[in-house]
Design a protein around this ligand. Structure first.
Ligand code: NAX
Length: 327
């Protein structure tokens, strides 16, 4: 049989972890032919809960799941990891300034980056889900100098999927009728969900919906969907976030379909005026286990302004973690 792929999941006892682990175990992360071994990382106070989830994973009797180990030590958890899903993060609590939030997360993502650098497998692929996801990915990446920078990514696939769903609802089509939607920038309210190049059944989306709806409803709805979920559900997005993480890694490993692209936050190479080194969302395709930024797209004045605004926020976050000595 094939050697199992080691998948490390942090924040395994959290609500996204609970929705994510069973889908990984069932084969949806890597494909139905690939056995997986789960390595769960939690803080000591939540190790017991993660062990409980490990018992339930066992009870799932998943044919592709070759084992589950639980750790409270990043070095051990990332040892031999082929895929790492960094979900655990420090949420913003009442009275916390942004600097405090970045600092608390630096305390998590710096040692995790170091542990990945020290012991992950040569083909390691990292997806950061924990917020502020882009900047947490930047912190982890900057502490893993021996790992190619393009192995560090942050999740904007949930935003991408939200955009697809809103457009499908508006146009009365299935999401599969839509192509070439893009999320640019930061996974935050400044993100820019862009339909300038999007197609519905081969026709321009921008021509099929009115401009007022795009600017006044679609963009803010997608960008603020996280807050809407909290308001309606009484808890933040969990299963939809887990689903998007599955989509991101599945496409990274197995490739994106011909004639379409998706969105992922990856280390910028300077494309589209995004300063090199920032972890920013782009239109991307994947082939051979590598993301590529879709090149040569025309960026109109409206899009330019929106992209620049979100990238400015990423630059501020980077400068703040630099001042804190976190990168
Ligand atoms: P929970 O609070 O339910 O779970 C987080 C878990 O992480 C907890 O069990 C905690 O003990 C653990 N943890 C904390 N520090 C850790 C460390 N140093 N090592 C290992 N584990 C650690 O949060 P949940 O709802 O699961 O959300 C997790 C993260 O995803 C949050 O930061 C959240 O903001 C972020 N999200 C990101 C999204 C995205 O699209 N990028 C969308 C969904 C979600 O909001």
């Amino acid at each position: 049989a094939e050697t199992p792929v080691n998948v490390t999941v942090t924040g395994a006892a959290g609500q996204i972890g609970y929705a994510l682990l069973f889908r990984i175990a069932s084969g949806q992360l890597l494909g139905a032919q690939t056995p997986v071994r789960l390595r769960l990382l939690e803080i000591p106070a939540a190790v017991r809960a993660a062990e409980g989830t490990a018992l339930e994973l066992q009870d799932g009797a998943f044919p592709l799941l070759s084992g589950v180990d639980v750790f409270d030590n990043p070095k051990a958890a990332f040892d031999g990891a082929n895929v790492a899903l960094l979900v655990g993060a420090r949420p913003r609590t009442k009275g916390m300034e942004r600097g405090d939030l970045l600092e608390a997360n630096g305390g998590i993502f710096k040692p995790q980056g170091e542990a990945i650098n020290a012991g992950a497998a040569a083909d390691i692929k990292v997806l950061v889900v924990g917020n502020p996801a882009n900047t947490n990915a930047l912190i982890a990446q900057s502490h893993a100098p021996d790992v190619p920078a393009d192995r560090f990514t942050a999740m904007t696939r949930l935003d991408h999927n939200r955009a697809l769903a809103q457009l499908a609802g508006k146009l009365g089509v299935s999401v599969s009728a839509l192509k070439k939607v893009t999320i640019w920038g930061n996974h935050s309210a400044t993100q820019y969900p862009d339909v300038s190049h999007a197609l519905v059944e081969g026709r321009s989306v921008a021509e099929a919906v009115d401009r007022g709806w795009l600017v006044d409803e679609f963009i803010p709805r997608v960008a603020k969907r996280g807050a809407e979920i909290i308001e309606v559900r009484g808890a933040s997005s969990a299963a939809s976030a887990a689903s998007a993480a599955i989509d991101h890694v599945y496409d990274w490993v197995n490739g994106t379909p011909e004639g379409d692209w998706t969105s992922a936050a990856i280390v910028s190479d300077g494309s589209y005026g995004v300063p090199a080194g920032l972890v920013s969302s782009f239109p991307v395709t994947s082939a051979g286990g590598k993301w590529e930024i879709v090149q040569g797209l025309e960026v109109d004045e409206f899009s330019r302004g929106r992209i620049d605004a979100s990238v400015a926020e990423l630059t501020e976050e980077r400068d703040a973690v630099q001042r804190l000595g976190l990168i």
